[in-house]
Design a protein around this ligand. Structure first.
Ligand code: NAD
Length: 261
């Protein structure tokens, strides 16, 4: 199937590793040109070089801390100089684990800026660009916590719900311009983030990372964690011309982990 992504350009955020990098890779494999960003200049340049060498597409690596409004504005300005963005993939690092009752005002503020405001600012800007070309895809990686809140991830859970509400409203507003807006909710996809969270849990429980990863895997009906490319290929499909009539939706990629329907 030709996904129609050749010569399109995507901006993929939080893309030096993990799910963002996997999405960038999947898009590059379809011939899509890329702008990728993350906080560390070295890491994002390394990721950009890998993608260019492997797929021969045009890739620009930009440095941006998505929790910082000035950095986000600089990302927008630098992207404008590179060229038109057809596809936006909102994705940033997950916040520090904390309970709803103990999270400090600083942690709420940082999570709000990094996850919610970054998604709003970038979506609003690139949506306008997309309206001029009558094609656009806005995709945001959230979490299964939107439908089943996760213990001790209060900031993440609250912000993903807010993003979902924003996107549902935006999807309706831009649908007549042939811009689609969807979110993808990972269950447990094995990345550094999962190793970090399970490592913290192991410290708390006095177990080991291996034990916590095993417990995590067997709790999934498929009896394993997902691979980043299993989520990325789905995001790539939603970004494609083939997904032109799918908008305002939230999709779990979770090996059956979500128990509700
Ligand atoms: P990861 O930690 O493996 O990778 C995060 C990426 O985002 C890295 O490239 C990192 O450099 C970048 N990043 C982090 N903070 C940033 C910031 N402030 N500005 C710019 N870039 C930043 O994480 P991941 O597993 O790829 O997860 C991506 C997102 O999906 C996170 O928000 C995470 O909470 C969420 N999520 C992941 C899972 C999962 O199973 N992996 C499940 C639910 C939700």
């Amino acid at each position: 199937m030709d996904l129609g992504l050749k010569s399109k350009r995507a901006l993929v955020c939080g893309a030096s590793k993990g799910l963002g990098f996997a999405v960038a890779k999947s898009l590059a494999a379809e011939g899509c040109n890329l702008i990728i960003c993350s906080r560390s200049a070295d890491d994002i340049q390394r990721a950009a070089s890998t993608l260019k060498a492997e797929y021969g597409v045009h890739v620009e690596g930009l440095t941006c801390d998505l929790s910082d409004a000035k950095d986000r504005e600089a990302l927008i300005q630098e992207s404008k100089m590179i060229g038109h963005v057809d596809i936006l993939v909102n994705n940033a690092g997950g916040p520090t684990p904390s309970s709803a009752s103990s999270t400090s005002a600083e942690e709420w503020t940082k999570g709000f800026s990094q996850l919610f405001l970054s998604t709003v600012q970038l979506s609003q800007h690139f949506m306008r660009e997309m309206q001029s070309s009558k094609f656009g895809r806005i995709l945001t990686i959230t979490s299964i916590s939107v439908v089943e809140p996760i213990e001790n991830l209060a900031v993440s859970t609250a912000m993903r719900a807010a993003i979902t509400g924003f996107h549902k409203t935006l999807a309706t507003e831009v649908a007549s311009s042939d811009i689609t807006v969807n979110t993808v909710m990972p269950g447990i996809i094995h990345t550094d983030r999962i190793d970090f969270l399970r490592g913290e849990k192991a410290k708390k429980l006095g177990t080991t990372l291996e034990i916590e990863l095993k417990k995590t895997a067997v709790a999934v009906p498929m009896q394993r964690m997902g691979r980043p490319e299993e989520l990325a290929d789905f995001v790539c499909f939603l970004a494609s011309e083939k997904a032109s009539y799918i908008t305002g939706q939230n999709f779990c990629v979770d090996g059956g982990l979500r128990r509700s329907w």
